[in-house]
Ligand binder design. Sequence first.
Ligand code: NAP
Length: 353
Amino acid sequence: MTVRSAQSCRFGSHRVLDPRGALPQAAWRLDATPIAYENEILCDVDALNIDSASFAQLREECGDDAHAIGERILATVRDRGKQHNPVTGSGGMFVGSVREVGAALRERVTLQPGDRIASLVSLTLTPLSLDAVLGVDRATARVRVRGTAVLFESGSWAKLPTDVDDRVALAVFDVAGAPAQMRRLCRPGDTVVVIGSDGKSGILSCVEAKRRTGPSGIVIGVAPNGRSPGAQLLRDGGFVDELVEADARDALQMARGVETAAPHGADLVVNCVNVAGTEAGTILCAKDGGSVYFFSMATSFTAAALGAEGLGKDVTMIVGSGFSPNHAEIALETLRSHPAVLAHFTAIYGRTP
Ligand code: NAP
């Protein structure tokens, strides 16, 4: 038995090495020793789903070389005790098997050693130790690894479903906050614009926005390539009323395209892109008094706040928290109730790296 006996901070501050006093997400370095405290869950990790903004940055930095990306991930985890991209500040999620449940949690959690789970907390705060990177799939940002990770008492996780491919579930869990928030934010009759609509979070957001806004609502997707498989799915499945082909970094061009479809602006604009420099365009697409939901991890708080000021736009800006109650179940339900969407995700994310 390797469970440590001292019960520790439920948020994991006992694992922070540098700087002292920080919480794990803000810390530079964590202790990832694979021995569970009484209130921790220790897992054997076999795959990481790297956050899209982080993976795009890694591909660029490493000249799109899979081996170099793997080496970069190993170096980050060795230096920081977590997969916390120092450039983008974002992480991702892991999938693996439970090795040990600390004694203090055994009454409270329904997990047994050997259970297959996905983490629902960011890799930027998850103590991670890697022995090896076994494969990097550039198409899906999935990295096969051999290692261990620790979940804190405050962390969340989900058992992998039996009816959905593990790899698809992990891809969807990573962005589960987006469709869950759509259920909260969209109202019947709203005009909703989803930027980066043909990616993972974008598709799930369009599907939920269409469902929530109802027959009198309008959902407009924005994608850089209107013929991508994701864009085709959105059109063929009726998950958007209009698809605008635009580069979200070109604020005025995108806003003109959206204005043609929604002359009065959007009640809600959702940003799901994985590149920087899209804040102003996103804000421009909203009507005065509307809301903007920045799900993208490439969002700059400064650019959004000062951009809105410069544009004279009175909009409510919402930070895309990765957590929302039942978000993993909501994301799976979105897939299960739309066979064409499930088929699309399975075709892209279900294949082996
Ligand atoms: P994804 O599947 O890679 O999708 C990204 C989308 O952005 C793609 O549709 C892509 O289009 C589009 N895009 C890229 N450049 C664009 C541009 N210049 N103009 C318009 N669209 C552009 O990513 P994801 O996994 O859905 O993640 C989306 C964002 O959410 C990322 O920033 C990620 O870091 C963030 N995220 C946030 C949370 C959270 O908790 N808030 C959790 C997970 C992820 P093409 O594919 O056609 O290039």
